[in-house]
Design a protein around this ligand. Sequence first.
Ligand SMILES: Nc1ncnc2c1ncn2[C@@H]1O[C@H](COP(=O)(O)OP(=O)(O)OP(=O)(O)O)[C@@H](O)[C@H]1O
Length: 304
Amino acid sequence: MATQDHAVLARDVRRRFGAVEAVRGLDLDVPYGEVTALVGPNGAGKTTLLLMLATLLAPDSGELRVAGLDPVADPLAVRRRLGWMPDVFGVYDQLTAREYLDFFATAYRLPAADARTRLAELLELVRLAEFADQPVHVLSRGQKQRLAVARALVHRPSVLLLDEPASGLDPRSRVELRDLLRAQAAEGTAVLVSSHILSELSEVAERVVFVNGGRTAGQHRMDELDHRAVWRVRALSGDLPAALERHGIEHAAHAAGVDVQVTSEQAAAELLARLVADGVQVSSFAPTGNHLESAYLAYTEERR
Ligand SMILES: Nc1ncnc2c1ncn2[C@@H]1O[C@H](COP(=O)(O)OP(=O)(O)OP(=O)(O)O)[C@@H](O)[C@H]1O
């Protein structure tokens, strides 16, 4: 059942384009006050899903709710509660940054006095105050992306959808975007963000939804993914495999070290203490890559 508790809810949603079944039975739950990452390979159906949530594309079947409302039956009410940042950012190049935001404030029917303060607040928030009266075409890609975020926030939406917002951003701009999204979530907004930049997502998102072949492959809290972590151990002395063997720890040795599966950071810390107590000269002990990346690869394995 759809409830107000779910900022976004999808149940068995389907959408085809001619012969292509872009979305074929997708489920999704997005709570308020958190950042949820939508992750999947190219063509998985992420943009199609986001377009349906943003009221821009109708599903063939299934149930969708945004802020408790049906985007098909009640698109205008959904749009009032929804901030949308598409992957392709069309700007009206001749407008200044302030005029651009003002255009959207008017479209969302913000009263003039409120719009003035809101625009100043947003330009400050996305660090574009000094560019407020510059035409949009002089802005860099990162600045345009930030303007797009400001545009999505003009009407103080309770649900924010962003399609690949970090693409083309330099590392500093990505960190700023991450902080901005976290701040929105901290204020109670539901943030759903699709991205391929997994290392960024694992720092910004509390939850992850894996999509593959138009279906939901898994929905997890990020801290649950830690349980799947593989840690790599390197030791100066040669008794590491024997020590792991003694403690009944499954392991795989290769040139870069010995990989062990641990269930939590706590378990990793305990294993390290035992190895050191056993006299193993551990020179490095760390999770391999990114746990989101490992989970992503596992969920999308069937495609390879
Ligand atoms: N308007 C359309 N007409 C025909 N096919 C489409 C259309 N939109 C999407 N598709 C197809 O639907 C599938 C899902 O596409 P979608 O853009 O939703 O994937 P995605 O997960 O967002 O991919 P990416 O990460 O590459 O952006 C793809 O096979 C795509 O070619």
